[in-house]
Design a protein around this ligand. Structure first.
Ligand SMILES: Nc1ncnc2c1ncn2[C@@H]1O[C@H](COP(=O)(O)OP(=O)(O)O)[C@@H](O)[C@H]1O
Ligand SMILES: [Mg+2]
Length: 250
């Protein structure tokens, strides 16, 4: 794996009305990597993503995404990052194809190229048959897949996915996880994936960071975190076991 850091934070901190949401967060995500950002509800995952996107200002500390400081250049950072928010908000009156055309326009992709990307994206996410249906009539799983289609049209180098499988049934979850893996393997996208669902993260992430009450209490490949906590080389532990151990000690 290439060693170039795509996302870098140093002491990144956010305080909301005297309450620390993100506490001196320091971590890096490298090119082509899927980094699993784990933690219970309220741990500060979404707040971190919002700071990295320039959607909220850090109280202190710094961050760069592809070399861009999101606080100083919030517009530029949004241009290079694909973002799948926890609650995907679409213009529900549009159909999927219209929505993707709109995304292509926003990103100044020439029309012919846009049509080719849209057709390919709809195909990959399995929405080609439903592309002319209004988004309003889509299930949550379909909307999440449309969110991935947006990334395939925009083709960003970096994607932030906030709880992409929440509220999906097991089948839709599997599809989503496979699509995320494809973004990484076939597009070499660098992916920061926030989740509190451990099993799927375990399947696809190269490294994980465990966030508890705003602090990242551990980061690294799963095997290393397992070895640190359990001290037994070669023994298999599920992410759930590792996570619970960190959680109990935090
Ligand atoms: N806009 C806001 N104003 C005040 N407090 C907030 C705001 N957004 C988040 N918080 C608080 O910050 C903490 C972290 O929240 P969040 O980043 O959403 O966590 P996560 O995404 O890990 O569930 C929580 O205690 C939450 O209540
Ligand atoms: Mg969140």
């Amino acid at each position: 794996m290439a060693a170039e850091a795509v996302i870098v934070t140093e002491g990144l901190t956010k305080v909301y009305n005297g309450q620390v949401a993100v506490d001196h967060l320091t971590f890096s995500v490298y090119e082509g990597e899927i980094f699993g950002f784990l933690g219970p509800n309220g741990a500060g995952k979404t707040t971190t993503l919002l700071m990295l996107l320039g959607l909220t200002e850090p109280t202190s500390g710094k961050a760069t995404v592809v070399g861009i400081d999101p606080t100083r250049e919030p517009v530029k950072v949004k241009r290079v990052v694909g973002y799948l928010p926890e609650h995907v908000g679409f213009y529900r009156d549009l159909n999927a194809r219209q929505m993707l055309r709109y995304i292509a326009e926003l990103n100044a992709i020439p029309a012919a190229e846009a049509e080719a990307r849209i057709a390919r994206a709809l195909d990959i996410v399995g929405l080609a048959q439903e592309a002319d249906k209004k988004i309003d009539a889509y299930s949550r799983g379909m909307r999440q897949r449309l969110g991935i289609a947006e990334l395939l049209v925009k083709e960003p180098k970096v994607a932030f996915l906030d709880e992409p499988t929440i509220g999906l049934d097991p089948d839709a979850t599997n599809r989503m996880v496979e699509l995320i893996q494809q973004l990484s393997q076939e597009r070499q996208m660098t992916i920061l994936l926030s989740s509190h669902q451990l099993y799927q993260v375990q399947r696809i992430c190269h490294r994980i960071g465990i966030m508890i009450r705003g602090r990242m209490v551990a980061q690294g490949p799963m095997e290393r975190l397992a070895a640190e906590k359990f001290g037994i080389e070669g023994e298999q532990h599920t992410l759930e076991e590792i996570y619970m151990k960190y959680f109990q000690e935090a």
